[in-house]
Write a protein that binds this ligand. Structure first.
Ligand code: NAD
Length: 524
């Protein structure tokens, strides 16, 4: 687009970083700068070890940030600009993706500013536990109001309550009266773990505007950035309120399917019906479809719970108590499901974990992400720790140790009467060491490398002790996983005999998962 030469993306997180990288990739003539006030995060984005793990991200950052040439013979994932789409030809390009902490320079030189900062749930004050904490967004908007040049287009990328575009406009009017700014809503629908795939081939792009002639022009400018790689039929221009609300509704609907099938799993376990068979039977109905129907530990991550909380708060603020209650149940079932799982583990040990070592394989809320926020594992760990086991061992291929411990400490410090010792939590970098001499292994994520581990880990004398669930333990090894799910766990638990030979002989399960950010190929 001729009038957008420089973009500033505020927030170098799970959304801001990958989104900026993909926009930069497809708009080589546009400079894309990602701004964050967290200096350490920016340093990592500027290093070889990116702060987040996403399949395919490393390659795009190398190309756009470093202007690197990626030409690997026979690499079908090479980024091709060849005239005939030759898969081994990559054109030379200069860097156009930058990471910075310089707020003033970054915002004042931008034609378009994306707000991709965090919008968590308020923990104190009015609406605590449900309303959105707008501190980060308000701070970013204030910076924009202070430094942006007249006419800068402001784009809400963060997930925000309905009405935020007006809130932003009010701030701009107060701090920069009479200066023209357009505010657009452009919610992000990516899922962590498949972010690059989702950004490269989104189902749709939603752009909400004021609908005035200048609002339409701003929306067109944003649409033309996306049009560089997305068919225009998939770029939808709607009003700003619908756009903001559509993001909350999308997440609420997806989470609702998970809670629905999880509620049925409880009935299945009490009756002998099989929840996987139910999911298959109903998923074949084209009106229902197969996605997001896998029973498990429930959804985790930073979005579903908080976005449903935000939706219930909105409904409540509008005096719609029944609507708020309806959506609130999606979160309640999710909490119930985690508790049910933890209680089953306890029951297996007659509610006595004294002297026991319990291993959690996986910690992130799902596979292929390093995001430890709101992991279902945390609730399970808290319940187990309260029974004072000898050790809770954790192995996760991508999560940072600090992030995992921070999440656990935050959860236990918010639990009145908690009697456990977080010092008995031990993080391992080798999955086999984590499992060594363990009394139970809980497979918490659908991480591919865990799918076959139970067979390898099972000792010759040890009996498989699957939890009393309708989901047979052997399904841990099932190769069929939903591509895009947020489910946390396989409901399986294995008693383990130490297997030193296995450790030595298993090429697949060694600690190779850890180490530098992978440059794994990704299908675009
Ligand atoms: P994140 O916490 O990973 O990143 C947010 C970043 O913003 C942090 O690095 C923080 O330091 C920075 N920041 C906050 N205030 C700032 C300011 N005033 N100036 C500069 N930097 C500032 O968050 P995220 O997961 O990337 O989510 C961002 C938004 O996108 C949220 O609204 C979220 O709901 C939404 N979203 C997230 C996902 C997801 O899967 N994570 C998907 C879709 C939408």
């Amino acid at each position: 687009p001729s009038d957008v030469r420089k973009i500033c993306v505020i927030g170098a997180g799970y959304v801001g970083g990958p989104t900026a990288a993909v926009i930069a990739l497809h708009n080589p003539k546009v400079g894309v700068e990602v701004l964050d006030r967290d200096q350490r995060r920016i340093e990592r984005w500027n290093s070889a070890h990116l702060p987040i793990h996403e399949p395919g991200l490393n390659k795009i950052v190398r190309l756009t940030r470093d202007g690197a040439i990626i030409k690997e013979p026979g690499d079908r994932n090479s980024i091709s600009h060849g005239r005939n789409g030759e898969s081994d030809y990559v054109s030379r390009r200069g860097p156009n993706l930058f990471f910075t902490c310089d707020t003033q320079v970054s915002i004042s030189t931008a034609d378009m500013v994306f707000l991709a900062v965090n919008t968590p749930t308020k923990t104190t004050g009015v609406g605590a536990g449900r309303a959105t904490n707008m501190t980060a967004l308000d701070g970013a908007v204030k910076d924009v109001a202070l430094y942006a040049k007249p006419g800068t287009i402001i784009v809400e990328k963060s997930t925000v309550p309905c009405g935020t575009a007006q809130r932003i406009r009010n701030t701009l009017d107060a701090l920069r009266p009479g200066v023209p700014f357009e505010v657009l809503s452009n919610p992000e629908f990516l899922s962590e773990g498949t972010a690059i795939k989702n950004l490269m081939k989104p189902d749709r792009v939603i752009i909400g505007s004021s609908g005035t002639p200048s609002g339409k022009l701003a929306a067109d400018a944003l649409a033309s950035l996306y049009a560089a790689w997305i068919p225009s039929s998939q770029i939808l221009q709607i009003n700003a309120w619908s756009s903001e609300l559509s993001k909350l509704v999308a997440n609420a609907m997806l989470a609702q399917r998970i809670s629905s099938i999880n509620s049925i799993s409880a009935i299945c376990e009490a009756t002998g019906a099989n929840v996987e068979e139910i999911a298959k039977s109903i998923g074949l109905d084209t009106r229902i479809g197969p996605q997001f129907l896998k029973a498990g530990l429930g959804f985790g991550g930073s979005c579903f719970r908080k976005d449903i909380a935000s939706l219930t708060y909105l409904a409540e603020s509008l005096g719609l108590e029944e609507v708020a209650h309806y959506w609130g149940q999606v979160n309640s079932i999710n909490v119930m499901q985690r508790n049910r799982f933890a209680r089953k583990v306890l029951k297996r040990f007659n509610e006595n974990l004294f002297g026991k070592k319990i291993t959690l394989m996986g910690f992130a809320f799902k596979k292929n992400t390093s995001d430890a926020r709101e992991s279902p594992a945390v609730d399970v760990i808290r319940t187990l720790l309260d029974e004072q086991p000898a050790e809770i061992a954790i192995f996760d291929p991508f999560c940072d140790e600090d992030d995992m411990l921070r999440e656990i400490n935050a959860a236990v410090s918010n639990t009145p009467g908690f009697a456990g010792e977080t010092s008995s939590v031990k993080i391992y970098t080798d999955p086999y060491e984590a499992c060594m001499e363990s009394n139970a292994i809980l497979i918490i994520t659908d991480c591919d490398q865990f799918k076959n581990s139970p067979q390898r880990l099972r000792g010759s004398n040890a009996s498989e002790t699957s939890l009393p669930t309708n989901k047979p333990a052997s399904t841990c090894a099932s190769p069929k996983q939903q591509e895009d799910d947020h489910l946390g766990a396989n409901f399986a638990n294995y008693r383990l005999a130490p297997q030193p030979d296995c450790v030595a002989n298993c090429p697949d399960c060694r600690s190779k998962a850890r180490g530098p950010i992978s440059t794994d190929p990704v299908e675009w």
